[in-house]
Each structure stands twice: as C-alpha cells, then as structure tokens.
Design a protein around this ligand. Structure first.
Ligand SMILES: Cc1cc2nc3c(=O)[nH]c(=O)nc-3n(C[C@H](O)[C@H](O)[C@H](O)COP(=O)(O)O)c2cc1C
Length: 242
C-alpha cells in the first residue's frame, strides 16, 4: 500500500506564502515517489469542525506529517499552536491509532538569520515527542520571502542563466541550490521511513548575504512601494500623535 502524507500548511497568506511555496515543492517530490498527499490549509481547516475531523482522519492514516509554518515574533504563530493543541488533545483521547509516524517541519522566517527558527523547531520537536511521533527534523529557512516570490525550481532555472561573476550567484543561487539539495535528501530519507540526518539539516546554517545589504534591500523595497502608492511624502507622518 502507498505511504501517506498529511501536509499542514500554516500560513494565513495562502498560495502567496513561503510556507505554501516551499511546502508544496517538498510535497511534489514526495508525490514523485508515489506518496499520497492530503493538504490542509490550517487557517481554513480550523474554522470548521468537519474539516478538523477530516484532518484528524488524515493524520490517523498517514505515515508522515509535514508541517510548514511562518515564524511570528521568534515563535510558532497562534494558529500553529492551536493546531498542535487540537492534535495533542486528539492523541490524548486515543482517537488516533498507534502507528509509526514521522513529523518533519519547515519554519519560515522573514529575516536572514536561519537560527531565529530554532525555538519554533524545538517546539515542533516537543510536540512530536509528546505525541509519540518520530521527530524527523526541520528546515530552518531564513529570508523565506525570497522563495515565496520565486519558487525553488523556477528560481534555479532563472539563476542558472546568470554570469559566473554576477553578485546574485552568491546571495541567491548558492543558497537556493543548497536548500534544494537538502530538501531532496530529506525527502529521500523520509520516504524510506528514516529521519533526516542532523548534518544534512545543518547545511542550511549560513547567512546568505551581509546584513547591511538585506537592510538596504528592504529600505529600497519600502520606498518603491511608497512611491507606487503615492505615499512617499507621508512616511514620517505620526497620525497617532494628533
Ligand atoms: C505578525 C508577524 C510576525 C513576524 N515575526 C517575525 C520574526 O520574529 N522573525 C522573522 O524572521 N520574521 C518574522 N515575520 C516575517 C515572516 O516570518 C515571513 O514573512 C515569512 O515568510 C512568513 O511566512 P509565510 O510566507 O509562510 O506566511 C513576521 C511576520 C508577521 C506577519
């Protein structure tokens, strides 16, 4: 019988989110290995009891849970915590059969520092331990917004056309290639029922560009957005002081 995977997509930003884009890419690689995937958009799922029950049924039947969540205030967001509470409660009431299940997580941070995700990943690990899931490891993604805008396969194709000495080779192409390779190795291990080796996940522990360049880039984006919206002269307004 085919293995099954439950994909828990935890971003309220839906298709535009890094949680969706990176998670869906991971899912597509599992599907290539004939693993059957059921996807749940957590923000929609938790609104309806019927959908919650469908999600619990999928978790009950699955071999792998893939949780992909944004990082909010250095933490798991409220909805991701609520999701874990609901699942834990169901385990406590023995409504989920005993079975070998792996939990693999993706934590998506907006800032460059991948290690801001460490606390959230530790929480997901504890969630696994408390519910007798096998913690298979997690991807600590920094500057996750990049992958929301440019999904990994498309991005790799685009970046491969750049000249060798283009500065984007170092800050975009190299990190995307590393992430792609870590994802593929993770999927290989998980589909064989194995956890992902720590030294593989540690390959994501680097900062892809100088912090000043990130701040400068952010500032440029902010000013361009203000220009577009016709609010460039209002950026220093303090309406709350009136
Ligand atoms: C309320 C809120 C809090 C956030 N807090 C952090 C944070 O503490 N650290 C960080 O790196 N990014 C933070 N971000 C940025 C998100 O983590 C980032 O945009 C990420 O790509 C979101 O994932 P998503 O695209 O899957 O929604 C925050 C975003 C929001 C909306």
């Amino acid at each position: 019988m085919s293995k099954q995977l439950t994909f828990l997509m935890c971003s309220p930003r839906g298709d535009k989110s890094a949680s969706h884009t990176i998670g869906s890419y991971v899912v597509s690689l599992f599907e290539e290995k004939n693993i059957v995937v059921k996807t749940f958009e957590v923000y929609k799922t938790l609104r309806k009891q019927e959908r919650i029950e469908e999600m619990i049924k999928s978790i009950d039947e699955c071999d792998i849970i893939l949780l992909s969540s944004p990082l909010y205030i250095d933490q798991a967001p409220y909805m991701t915590i609520k999701l874990m509470d609901i699942i834990s409660e169901t385990f406590k009431q023995s409504k989920i059969q005993n079975k070998t299940r792996h939990l693999f997580a993706i934590s998506n941070a907006g800032f460059l520092e991948y290690y801001h995700n460490n606390l959230a990943l530790k929480i997901y690990e504890q969630f696994a331990i408390q519910n007798e899931l096998i913690w298979a490891g997690g991807l600590p993604i920094g500057a996750a917004g990049t992958y929301a805008t440019y999904p990994i396969p498309e991005s790799l194709k685009m970046l491969a056309q750049l000249p060798e000495d283009d500065h984007r080779q170092e800050i975009y192409h190299k990190p995307t290639k590393i992430l792609d390779s870590v994802i593929k190795t993770s999927v290989d291990h998980l589909s064989k029922g194995e956890i992902v080796p720590k030294d593989e996940l540690q390959k994501l522990e680097f900062i892809p560009m100088p912090l000043e360049a990130y701040v400068e880039g952010g500032k440029k984006g902010w000013l361009e957005a203000a220009e577009e919206l016709g609010t460039a002269d209002k950026l220093r307004d303090k309406p709350y002081e009136r």
